[in-house]
Design a protein around this ligand. Sequence first.
Ligand SMILES: NC(=O)c1ccc[n+]([C@@H]2O[C@H](COP(=O)([O-])OP(=O)(O)OC[C@H]3O[C@@H](n4cnc5c(N)ncnc54)[C@H](O)[C@@H]3O)[C@@H](O)[C@H]2O)c1
Length: 257
Amino acid sequence: MDKRLQNKKVIVTGGSRGIGEGIVKRLYNEGSEIIIADIRKELAENLINSLDKNQISFFQTDLSKEEEIKKLMEFTEKKWGSLDFLINNAGIEDGYTLADQTYESYRKTMKVNMDAPFLCSKYALPLLEKSKTPRIIMITSIQGIRGYKGNISYNTAKGGLINMTRVLAVELAEKNILVNSVAPGFINTPLSVMKDGNLEWDTDWFKDVYLKYEKLPMGRYGHPDDIAGAVYFFCSEDSKYVTGQTLLVDGGVSSSF
Ligand SMILES: NC(=O)c1ccc[n+]([C@@H]2O[C@H](COP(=O)([O-])OP(=O)(O)OC[C@H]3O[C@@H](n4cnc5c(N)ncnc54)[C@H](O)[C@@H]3O)[C@@H](O)[C@H]2O)c1
C-alpha cells in the first residue's frame, strides 16, 4: 500500500487504547510520525513496541491540566519544530442524570472532553502555522448532536466540541488550517463498558432498541478502524476543501428514528 501521509507529524491525544489506538495504527501505516499524548503509559509503550519506536513516541500527559498540555507542545516543538495534524481524541464518560450528577464530576468531564481540545488547539497553533498541510480533527460523538439520557456532562461537552470545530474552522481558514470532527456512534472500546461491567451491545435494551427495531441500520458495533478511516480522510489531500464539518460514523444510527 502507498504511504499517503509520509513524514507527516501528528499528535494523537488518548492514543494508548481504543479509537486512539486505531488512529495511531492507521496513520502509522500511512507513514506518519506520531506522538501519543495519554495518561496511560504502559498501554502506549506496548503499542509502540508492537509498531515502531523510531516512528512513534509517547509523552505522558494529564490533559485535564493546562500546564501538562503546555509541556506536551514544548516537547513537540523540540522534537519536530512544527506539527501537521492535531487529533483531539481523548475523552471520558461519567454517565449521570441531572439529579445524580455532581458538579465535580461534571467539571472533570468538561475538562478532558472540551477544555483539553481547546487548550491543545491553542498551544499547538504556532506549530500548526509552520506546517504546509495543517489540520485539527476533533473526535466528538453522536451524543453531541442529540440528547442521550443519563450522560449530561458528556453530551454537553461533545455538543460544545462540535461547535468549537465550526468556530475554529471559520477562524483558522485564513491560516489554511482545516478543522473537522468525526462523530462516532457505538464503537467497541473500553469506553463502551458500562458501570456494571457489561458491554452496551450485550444488554437486552440495546438488542431491543438498536437491533430488533433496527435503530442501528448496519446491525453491528463499530470498531476503531472504522473511525480511523474517517480521520485519515480529514488528514488527506482528498479533504483539502472541507472545513468545519462533522462526519457521523455510526452505522446509520443518526439517520433512523
Ligand atoms: N467508544 C465509543 O463508542 C465512542 C462513541 C463516540 C465517541 N467516542 C469518543 O472517542 C474518543 C475515544 O474514546 P474510546 O472509546 O477510544 O475511549 P477509551 O477510554 O478506550 O480511550 C480513551 C483514551 O483517552 C485517555 N485519556 C482519558 N483521560 C485522559 C486524560 N485526562 N489525559 C490523557 N489521556 C486521557 C485514556 O487513557 C485512553 O487511552 C473519546 O473522545 C470518546 O468520547 C467514543
